[in-house]
Design a protein around this ligand. Sequence first.
Ligand code: PFF
Length: 450
Amino acid sequence: MAAGSDQANWSSRWTFIMAAVGSAVGLGNIWLFPFKAGQSGGAAFVLVYLAFSFLIGVPLLMTELSLGRRGRMSPIGSMKKIAAEEKRSPLWGLIGWSGVLGAFIILSFYSVVGGWTLAYMIKAIMGFQGLDAAGATSMFSDFIGHATEPLVSHAIFMGITMYIVARGVQGGLEKAVSLMMPALFGLLVLLVVYAALTGAFADALAFLFTPDFGKLTPAVVIDALGQSFFSLSLAMGSIMTYGAYLNRDVKIGPSALTIAAADSTVALLAGLAIFPIVFQFGISASGGPGLVFMSLPIAFGQMPGGQIIGTLFFALLSMAAITSSISLLEPAVSYLEHSWKINRKKSALTIAAAAFALGILSALGQEGNMLGNVRIFGQSIMDAKGYLTNNIMMPLGGMFTALFVGWFVSRKAMADELALTDAQFRFWYTIVRFVAPIAVFLVFLSVTVL
Ligand code: PFF
């Protein structure tokens, strides 16, 4: 099914919102957010992340959705087409390329962590009874330090992603997201209640919401920017591709707000579920990629019904990850389908296989594993890929997208597409013309210069 053909549209506003929220909400919220917040010292990072998400993220979501809906092709095709219509350089198509490539790189390591969640679902079925902090830590390092389990689960996760994308928009993407997202939300609330009743909840609240602005280094600010873009799926072609399947009668402004609100709510809920346990059991908040995997299992091992709740949690987390990974595979697939006329099944198979291969490096690059000692600019393979996409490609992609619509696309065309009130439009326009490019540029500059 090609973008732009009749079937390749969302069947309703609700399924579109679920798909976009599905793309936004994922490992970025539940795995990455707590670990980044933990490493950056908590509340100051959280506040900057929230400010970026709403002030810059929402206007950029609106921008990408409207570009996608106007172009109705893959991000590469849409950007080239709109640039041509506006009589601008075809070089603007590079924004599309950077998105498709970035999504591909993310997919390669996202699927590895997605595999971890699948593997932990199986571990949860066996039960985490009696696990203490040391036990949970060694369980995790043992798991990522060996080759077989992580690679098999990476393969299974990528296989599921490929299967759904191969089935197309209504047959695959929509069906997958409509049930999973509400279920995950409900379960997270339950976990927060549990953490509030049994864990070090006051410490967690203080950690997440009482800022110490002394901790706000340029590195923390760029991390917060990268985190907010990553979490909202910005600048990676995903949102633009989903915009291409969007009907003209859906209002883009309220949709973008809904997506961002759902996204940051889930991130905060994840923080509130995880940090009370982290503090209660003396786990290091800056524990890195293993934080979720080393904290929650302890709680599941102790709570009544923990076996079921733990299994459900990792099942839903896997699903949240899958509704994001399909949006990471979709941009490249829609490009092959559209521009190369390769059918959807073959495209999905080709891209997924390539991303799987690249992901092997991330899986084996974990501490204690075969490539665990490899360092790229001082970082592990997975961290280096994340740095390239989150801290470089996403901010730059977002900045150029904002510059493009702010300065090189006709104002009237954008106004028609967005259908906002005058005041709302002026606000959006100021952000994309000035605030977003300047803010991103300054953050960038401060990291490179300071
Ligand atoms: N937003 C997803 C998450 O938070 O897990 C990850 C993601 C999906 C990033 C799609 C980028 C993207 F294009």
